[in-house]
Design a binder for this molecule. Sequence first.
Ligand SMILES: [Zn+2]
Length: 388
Amino acid sequence: MRTLNRSIVLNAIKTFGPIDRACIARRINLSPATVTTITADLILQGLIFEKEPGDSRGGRRPILLAINPQGAYVVGIKLTETHAIAALTDLEATVLAKRSSELSGSDPESAIELMAQLTNSLLMEANIPSEKLIGVGVGLAGIVDFQEGLFRQSTFLGWRNLPIRDLLREKIKTEVYIDNDVNTLTLAEVWFGCGQDIENFLTITVGRGIGLGIVTNRQFYRGSGGGAGEFGHTVIDPEGFHCECGKRGCLETLVGDPGLLRLARSAFEQGELPVQPCDIGELAQMALDGNQAAIRILQDTGKILGQSIANLINLFNPQRILISGEGVSRGPVFFDALKNSVCSYSLPDLYSDVDLRIEPWGDDVWARGAASLVLRSLFESPVHKIIK
Ligand SMILES: [Zn+2]
């Protein structure tokens, strides 16, 4: 009960702060005495602090409480098949330091070792004592059982049912949280980003794969086994290219980075592109420079992804769709085609409800998302009570 009330008070201060003790008590239906005890404890731990007095209609002005961003720190890590990107953040998910490093092998031991090293070097770089670190969050591409701490399936690394949370916790002697990487990004939007003020939204990540995070009534939708959101593996062309999941013609075989680069290679072989682009940024630049083949590739694939997003709009009727991921670098040629296609293929009434946003991208966004896993555990009450 004590832990529960502590999370509820912290969340109220995060959501409504700076706020005085009497208002907290009214907002969350706790007695003023309980709020006073809990806030005294939180001040002692350095997680909140007293700000300048607030307005008062007559009488003494009440003292306001606010979250102390530097009260504790967390590390977020995104693990890919080739490297790990890590960021150290404060309690407001502001990135204070970041690092990335290549994996020395594809075995779990190398990955655990690398994540422990990155955590330690970030703490040293930012001069943060290890007792101020309240946890490490890890975002993983694949199917993750976040409650059991199991990486159930990684198509990129070939791991199955790996207890990665406990292995890392053992190594670094700090609380560890793991989740699917798209889920961590979505979580960061719920708690610190464009999802704070809305009930129903989707996060779509575009890059090597295509991911989906689903939030309905401010609750994260995971499905029965934690695998919901495998949007990239919805089949578009049953006779199409082989996918890493073992099927054929999945959405991501057509509109994931390797799909676009395959089209670019074939255009180059036909003499339609001056050079074979080695990454998506180069292809996007060729389109901006007016190369017709590059424009065609980005428009055609943008249209296909737009059609699939229109299907999601018809299924979920979201208030907002946030498009994120490295693939944001595909630029306006791709995203204009995508937006036109979303408009053409979704039901007009549902389309008019959606605010479709292309999010700015940086290499620390994944790691910040992973850090939000830990921050959520601090602010969210154990019964997932959402304070309105
Ligand atoms: Zn697939």
